[in-house]
Design a protein around this ligand. Structure first.
Ligand code: ZN
Length: 299
């Protein structure tokens, strides 16, 4: 299933995307006489397996009835989890070719263990939302297309073999980074933590529909020009390993978000370096999920 959070102009809802339609889950559950459905995605995720069964039943009935739902173009999609309860957890240096190009910024050595850092909740913005222009504090704002994992249930000390069973679904993240702040502050929180620096979306594809999350093409374009093009099979640490390492001694909660690292082709690694400018259109794409499109705001 393809799930989304959207605004109908007045309120936020959770929807299921079927073709070019979106169906309000809570309203559909009521109309079909099914168990009540939460009208927010974290609520649906927390409700666990029985809620997923209800969502599947709604999807089945709506697929058979094209009169259900409204055109996707008539609503505004938001980030699937617009206000995360906790920081977004990210992994630095998880593609070998990106480690090599990052030599000048963060050192060249491939890590022995995942490099974990976080982005505060205020970084999260939705598809088609503007990335704020922070030209006053940075002149080196960069892009990073990443596969994002949404955690489905609570767990700690999760075994690598069992780790993917904790995944609710997948979406796309853009780990926007101010390279000058990242370099100046030595650690990554500030340079990657400015408001609006974590576009997420456009939808969450549930884990059952992604046959192998380590076989996904991932790309990023700026103003239509391809800057990154790779496949998640090139990750140094697999998604399962990342979840095992992250959860060692730390409790993961439903709706926690993990960005799994970016491949090569970021702006700082190019010769000469390239950075985002006001008005630039940035598109991160994972074909199995969709396109996460954001424009940088005007100066
Ligand atoms: Zn990143």
């Amino acid at each position: 299933m393809r799930l989304a959070t959207y605004s109908d102009g007045t309120r936020e809802h959770t929807g299921i995307v079927i073709g070019d339609r979106i169906v309000n889950l809570a309203a559909a559950a009521q109309a079909f006489g099914l168990p009540p459905c939460h009208d927010d995605l974290p609520g649906c995720i927390r409700a666990g397996a029985p809620a997923l069964d209800t969502l599947r039943e709604i999807a089945r009935r709506c697929e058979a009835d094209p009169s259900k739902g409204v055109p996707l173009g008539s609503v505004r999609l938001l980030a699937p989890i617009p206000r995360p309860a906790r920081n977004v957890v990210c992994v630095g240096l998880n593609y070998a070719d990106h480690v090599a190009e990052s030599a000048s910024v963060v050192g060249a050595a491939a890590p022995q263990f995942p490099v974990l850092f976080t982005k505060p909740p205020q970084t999260v913005i939705g598809p088609d939302a503007e990335i704020p222009w922070h030209g006053r504090v940075s002149t080196a704002i960069d892009w990073e297309a990443e596969l994002a994992v949404i955690i489905g249930r609570e767990g700690r000390d999760i075994a690598e073999d069992d780790a993917l069973s904790y995944v609710f679904g997948y979406t796309i993240g853009n780990d926007i980074t101010a390279r000058d702040l990242q370099e100046r502050h030595q650690q990554w929180y500030k340079g990657k933590g400015l408001d609006g620096f974590c576009p997420l979306g456009p939808v969450v594809v549930t884990a059952d529909e992604i046959a192998d999350p380590q076989r996904l093409d991932i790309a990023l374009r700026v103003n239509g020009e391809t800057k990154q093009s790779a496949n998640t099979r090139q990750m140094i640490f697999s998604i399962a390993r990342l979840i095992a390492e992250w959860s060692a001694g730390m409790t993961l909660l439903p709706s926690d978000i993990l960005l799994t690292g970016t491949p090569s082709g970021v702006g700082v690694g190019r010769k000469p370096p390239e950075f985002l400018r006001p008005g630039d259109l940035v598109e991160a794409e994972i074909p199995a999920i969709g396109i996460l499109r954001n424009r940088v705001a005007a100066a």
